[in-house]
Design a protein around this ligand. Structure first.
Ligand code: ATP
Ligand code: ZN
Ligand code: ZN
Length: 804
């Protein structure tokens, strides 16, 4: 008897282990690890992943597996192992780890079908399957199960005749294309044409066209090429000369785009050096982690692409991760232009169906390269030759929900398994990464110069306190305003960056200083001019704008801070002739809006691009010669030990948008604290000095990379309960961990209240704690009852990036 160990689809502590089931005889040699099954679990039927096939079980009377949901494994052995690693390092449930690796379309709620891949394969199928299809090109999975045609269907899938497809009901529906094909041998068609009357000229033309193609032609193309009407085609169908058939095509979000083919550029000496170091490892099948530290505009992307070409030459596959916000159409274009249909693109802007289609292309080995945001790290490649993480310092590589993995760690795990290099690229590497490169744990490759002869842009810092003292109350310093005017006069473009959204940030009473806050979240509300509402950016709470202070009754209410909308208005007043594109979450929420705005700017149809974080990265426009940062210090005041690092990175990246090509660039940074080292050093493009300065502080205050951090956040509707639980946890940690570990707290979280729950936290700083994982697991076990009742929530983040 064969037994399957199954991880069931219930994310809870009690069920977080494999359960054994008997494999019924008909599936004995079909079922493999990595396939999904349905199993009885108490009174329920549950889905689960088979993680092991074995012949003995400790359990006496095993229940049988009820149904097998996949015909080929959806998780290969490597990914199954990776799941175990994730549960150990991030303390997540195994089921959450496995689900994170698959596209959402493959969740239980979607219907499954078996599709005939090509019409030509139909006669090659065994008779009982042909009978099941009965001339159709798809049958429901249920029918296969009912007919017990399991084994034969699986064989046909392995032979490449059939495939499993999840039906995702989307607004757009399935994409179907009509094709027209000759229904008789060419000889017979030619004979028939001779017999046709002269008035059937159009029909003859269609047949001639089809004869010349000798393959199925999309209906639309046929009509365009022959200028025949659909009626003519239809009558040919009726006469039996041609057949019409429908084929499902992948939902391709880039189908209306053509990508100009690009060729590898001749490399600079530094690029060449970096490339050959990477290529050496690719060829030798050796694992290694590279840090490609190259200033903005130094040509890192070109190095990635040429390394990817080598991977393809070796017959292998590569994953390229880029941060979600820099996955701009420009970025996609660079990879599609070089690699065409060999590259799949995965990002959160795709619909469930589109994501699933891209995943299938990878699973079916139709593509060898994937460019995508964080979760693309789980691309089911089996022969990886390289993993690239661009902008490796980006916090978005850390997932802020279960499993709380960091894509960099997953990349290194997978690359070790495949014996291939990881390339971490950045102009502003995270302190953790740069420290490892300095210690020789990673190999450091440097691109110190820009490709463009102009070098780095000149950066000017303006002290906004001075501006105020000299009577300038505008949000533009005199310098920035002058330079904007110059650009307009010269027909060059500018980018204005603001780390905010909305019309204005917060509302304050000038008489008593009262600031309106969210009643649920304890953060200040943001004023949105549309509808005159105040909104909470965490929970969505909304209320009308106040005109009288609720605290003192004064009418001196003022909107503080500046939003993109307000800057846009001010620009319209000061520079009415300037054409401005505003890009923020409000203007880009519509699908495709982002892309449209950027291409409009790229085509020179606007003078100023005004935006939030989303314009800080990846943009590469030759005509941009001025970058203005309106308020450099907004990020400095967040309660986060990485606030300085984030500010430095952001300012460097934003400045990196200027003067990347022939025209020299200039940057103006406005600040109320210009003396702060992260602002001053970003202006000097001095990463090395920043690194040194920041490392001293990190060491002094015991932060990464000198210490590891673990953040435990407890939340409950009742403040006393939240405090009590956090206190008990802190006491337990103090008792269990070594004297070297530092336990901070309990303290109220920076966001002390969210969704009507009080939040308390406790931070552990440590260097080496052998039993850390087991201590944390004990804490989870201890409170599992309260957590499963839904009152209490405990999150443990073993590598926190969100300190709120
Ligand atoms: N060897 C080369 N010869 C000529 N042009 C190059 C070469 N390498 C790169 N470039 C061009 O230089 C510009 C900057 O390169 P790229 O965007 O790759 O830099 P990057 O280091 O990735 O920049 P960032 O970190 O700012 O995104 C691009 O327009 C690119 O096409
Ligand atoms: Zn709120
Ligand atoms: Zn007041």
């Amino acid at each position: 008897m064969k037994i399957a160990s199954v991880i069931v689809d219930v994310p809870s502590r009690q069920t977080d282990r494999p359960f054994d089931y008997m494999i019924p005889e008909q599936w004995e040699d079909i079922l493999k690890p990595g396939m999904r099954v349905t199993v009885p679990f108490g009174p329920r039927r549950l889905q689960g992943f088979v993680v092991e096939i074995k012949s003995h079980s400790e359990v006496e009377r095993l229940k049988p597996i009820e149904a097998v949901l996949d015909v080929t494994p959806v998780l290969n052995e490597e990914l199954l192992e990776l799941g175990k690693y994730l549960t150990e390092t991030t303390l997540c449930f195994a089921i959450s780890a496995y689900q994170a690796m698959l596209p959402a379309a493959m969740k239980a709620k979607y219907e499954k079908e078996i599709h005939l891949i090509r019409e030509e394969y139909r006669p090659l199928l065994p008779e009982e399957i042909q009978a099941l299809f009965a001339g159709r090109s798809a049958v429901a999975w249920k029918d296969v199960e009912q007919a017990k045609l399991w084994r034969t269907v699986q064989k046909a899938i392995q032979q490449g005749y059939l495939e499993v497809v999840y039906q995702v009901k989307e607004k757009a529906g399935k994409k179907i294309i009509k094709y027209i094909q000759l229904a008789m041998p060419p000889e017979e068609i030619r004979q028939a044409m001779e017999a046709m009357p002269a008035r059937a000229a159009k029909q003859k033309q269609v047949l001639t066209f089809l004869l010349s193609k000798n393959e199925a032609v999309p209906l639309q193309e046929l009509i365009e090429q022959t200028s025949a009407s659909y009626a003519s085609v239809k009558s040919l169908v009726e006469k039996g000369f041609v057949v019409e058939k429908e084929t499902e095509v992948y939902r391709d979000p880039y189908e209306h785009r053509t990508f100009a083919k690009t060729k590898p550029l001749p490399l600079t000496a530094e690029q060449e050096k970096a490339l050959s170091a990477i290529v050496k490892r690719v060829r030798a099948n050796e694992h290694s982690v590279f840090l490609l530290y190259g200033v903005t505009g130094s040509g890192k992307t070109e190095v990635y692409m040429q390394a990817m070409e080598e991977v393809l030459r070796q017959g292998k596959e590569a994953i390229v991760l880029v941060p979600e916000i820099s996955l701009t159409p420009q970025m996609v274009e660079r990879f599609k232009g070089r690699f065409g249909s060999r590259v799949a693109v995965l990002h959160s802007g795709l619909s469930v169906g589109e994501k699933y289609d891209e995943w299938r292309k990878i699973h079916r080995k139709e593509v060898q390269l994937v460019v995508g945001a964080r979760s693309a790290i789980f691309a089911p490649f089996e022969n990886l030759g390289m993993i690239i993480i661009d902008e490796e310092h980006e916090a978005s590589y850390k997932q802020e929900e279960n499993p709380r993995y960091h894509a960099r760690d997953v990349a290194i795990y997978r690359a070790r398994f495949h014996g291939c290099p990881v390339v971490l690229g950045s102009a502003t590497p995270s302190l953790e990464t740069f420290a490892r490169a300095k210690k020789g744990v990673y190999e450091l490759l440097t691109l110190p110069k820009r490709i463009s002869d102009n070098g780095m842009p000149d950066v000017h810092i303006v002290d906004m306190r001075e501006e105020l003292r000299s009577g300038n109350r505008s949000m533009f310093s005199r310098m920035l305003f002058e330079k904007l005017k110059e650009r307009l006069a010269r027909g060059e473009q500018s980018v204005l960056f603001l780390n905010r959204r909305g019309y204005s940030t917060f509302v304050m009473c000038r008489d008593c200083g009262y600031v309106i806050r969210c009643p649920h979240c304890d953060i200040s509300l943001t004023y949105h001019r549309a509808g005159q509402r105040l909104k909470c950016h965490y929970c969505g709470h909304e209320e009308p704008t106040m005109h009288r202070c609720p605290s003192c009754g004064s009418e001196h209410i003022r909107f503080f801070g500046t939003g993109t909308q307000k800057v846009e208005e001010e620009l319209a007043k000061l520079l009415p002739e300037a054409r401005v594109i505003r890009m923020d979450v409000d203007t880009t929420s519509r699908k495709g809006a982002h892309e449209q705005m950027l291409s409009k700017f790229g085509e020179g149809k606007a003078d100023i691009l005004l935006g939030t974080q989303m314009i800080a990265k990846g943009l590469d426009f030759p005509n941009v010669t001025l970058v203005g940062v309106l308020a450099a210090d907004t990020m400095l005041h967040l309660p986060d030990f990485r606030a300085s690092e984030k500010t430095f990175q952001l300012l460097t990246q934003v400045s990196g948008r200027a003067g990347r090509h022939e025209l020299p660039g200039e940057v103006v940074i406005q600040s109320y604290t210009p003396e702060h080292y992260s602002i001053a050093l970003a202006a000097k493009h001095d990463y090395a000095a920043f690194y040194q300065r920041e490392m001293v502080l990190r060491k002094m205050y015991g932060y990464p990379p000198f210490y590891y951090l673990t953040l435990i956040t407890v939340s409950h509707q009742e403040i006393t309960k939240a405090v009590a639980v956090t206190e008990k946890i802190a006491a337990y940690l103090r008792a269990q961990l070594s004297k070297e570990a530092i336990i901070l707290g309990p303290v109220a979280s920076p966001i002390a209240r969210l969704h009507d729950r009080y939040r308390y936290q406790c931070m552990i700083k440590y260097k080496r704690e052998a039993n850390m994982t087991s201590v944390l697991k004990t804490i989870i076990d201890r409170y599992q009852h309260d957590v499963s009742q839904g009152d209490l929530s405990i999150t443990i983040d073993t590598n926190p990036y969100m300190m709120m």
